[in-house]
Design a protein around this ligand. Structure first.
Ligand code: PNW
Length: 479
């Protein structure tokens, strides 16, 4: 496939000194070993073992067996020259039922992993929750139940007490939008529930859990700890400047972005979100006195995950246009209060996820956050692409399409930095091919290829390309 060259040639220093060059993964997508150390099922174990939920009937039972191969994987990271690695802790490996004391042997895995990282000069960044809620807590109501937020804060404290001597940067939640609206709205993610009211309740309790966890982490960690949350902020583009399309963009911004950034960063839920969803949930009983003070606890960094922009119009204005469903399939909408909005795929190149490739969306997003929250440093905690990788006769993957994607998006980060955005690092999604949620193993995001028959790891051309970017601190053609 042909790929558009990034249009910008940089002349100045593109990436700030101390910029974190990273890659990211998540526990359920790579670890396997789902019954070791007394680990009990998470909602993703239950969901992936439910027929019809994940493509190919794939599960994370073995995944890429990182639990047993982490030393080899850290060696790969060192060969890449990564200065930082973002991974997630498996809640049910640390606290199998989601309550009670921590399982020391579960924590030992993360102690060994972080020791190995530090021995190779790689800074660990731990995410507390990348979607693997203990199934036991789902049976008590899951995220739509308020108690789950308190359980999450207890788990955060246990993790911080055990690992705080070696992990300085923590993120609470990864993409709470996906947890709330794909998990409880459209049901394409675990636990697969489809009730718009539950999705909104889940969003509030994820916000509350984040805030309570920030409090627990601050109490358990040294003062120098850096606390963050990773949001998949939607870079929203109205299809036209027709007022109905602008109204559609406003609604998606409310229930896609400001439902989290409002209470976390701006002092409360936005009035337009409350109005759009008032027929679905009673916000006055959902949000209790004192919640906002917890959710609004200051954080040190904002993690931003970006893959593709979101193009919207009013449904009425889109009657004759090709559309898509606004993320991930399913019969139910993941956008409560915005059912009359249509989603469109921008023209041009797409990845194997069918996601349009548009690096300018990342520059715009970083600059938007910079303007709305000056003084809040950012990390790009995920960016990357799935492509139809072809394994050559020598076992390598010459993924020029992924190289072009990464090049374009790193140039987009450099553009945002040049325009003043305070971006402190970039984490390629993903280090390894892995379990891509509802798509199973069919979609490959890795810079390192995994042969699922043998679990052998082979760096792709993109891994070698990224290593060279890290080594030189510049993009090819820059300079
Ligand atoms: C993110 N959507 O998932 C996750 O943080 C990763 O675990 C995942 O592997 C990666 O992006 C690639 O998909 C998303 O439908 C899943 O909008 C779905 C959506 C967004 C992000």
């Amino acid at each position: 496939m042909t790929v558009t060259e990034p249009s910008t040639i940089h002349t100045g220093p593109a990436f700030p000194s101390g910029f974190a060059w990273g890659a990211a993964t998540a526990a359920y997508q790579i670890e396997g070993a789902v019954t070791e150390n007394g680990r009990t099922p998470s909602i993703w174990d239950t969901f992936s073992h439910t027929p019809g939920k994940v493509a190919g009937g794939d599960t994370g039972d073995i995944a890429v067996d990182h639990f047993h191969r982490f030393r080899e994987d850290v060696r790969l990271m060192a060969e890449l020259g990564l200065t930082s690695y973002r991974f997630s802790l498996s809640w049910p490996r640390i606290q199998p039922t989601g309550r009670g004391p921590a399982v020391e042997s579960g924590l030992d895995f993360y102690r060994a992993l972080t020791d190995e990282l530090l021995a190779h000069g790689i800074t660990p960044v731990a995410t507390l929750y990348h979607w693997d809620l203990p199934q036991h807590l789902e049976e008590l109501g899951g995220w739509p139940a308020r108690d789950t937020a308190y359980r999450f804060a207890d788990y955060a404290a246990l993790a911080a007490e055990a690992l705080g001597d070696r992990v300085a940067t923590w993120t609470t939640l990864n993409e709470p939008w996906c947890s709330a609206f794909l998990g409880y709205g459209s049901g394409v993610h675990a636990p697969g529930r489809t009730d718009p009211a539950d999705a909104l309740k889940a969003a509030h309790h994820l916000n509350l859990g984040h805030g309570l966890a920030v409090g627990a982490l601050r109490a358990a960690l040294p003062r120098t700890a850096q606390l963050a949350v990773s949001l998949n902020l939607h870079q929203i583009r109205p299809l036209t400047d027709h007022p109905d399309d602008l109204a559609a963009a406003r609604r998606i911004d409310a229930v896609g972005n400001r439902v989290f950034t409002g209470p976390m960063l701006n002092g409360g839920y936005p009035a337009d979100l409350l109005a759009d969803t008032a027929h679905l949930v009673d916000w006055d009983t959902l949000v209790q006195p004192g919640d906002q003070a917890e959710i609004g606890r200051p954080i040190d960094l904002l993690g931003i995950n970006y893959y593709t922009p979101t193009v919207v119009s009013s449904a009425e204005n889109a009657k004759d246009l090709p559309r898509h469903d606004g993320h991930g399939g399913g019969d139910q909408s993941p956008w409560p209060g915005a059912e009359d909005v249509a989603f469109h795929l921008a023209a041009g190149e797409r990845t194997a996820m069918d996601w349009p490739i548009d690096p300018t969306g990342l520059t715009d997003l970083l600059l938007d956050v910079h303007r709305t929250h000056p003084g809040l440093p950012m990390l790009v905690t995920e960016n990357g692409a799935a492509f139809e990788d072809v394994v050559g006769p020598d076992g390598t993957v010459d993924d020029q399409d992924r190289i072009a994607y990464l090049h374009g998006h790193l140039a987009a980060v450099a553009d945002a930095v040049a325009a003043g955005a305070d971006v402190r690092g970039y984490y390629l999604w993903s280090l390894l091919d892995n379990f891509e949620w509802a798509y199973g193993y069919a979609k490959r995001f890795g810079a390192v290829h995994v042969d699922y028959a043998t679990l052998a790891r082979t760096p792709k051309a993109s891994a070698r390309w990224y290593a060279e970017v890290i080594r030189t601190g510049t993009l090819p053609g820059q300079g």
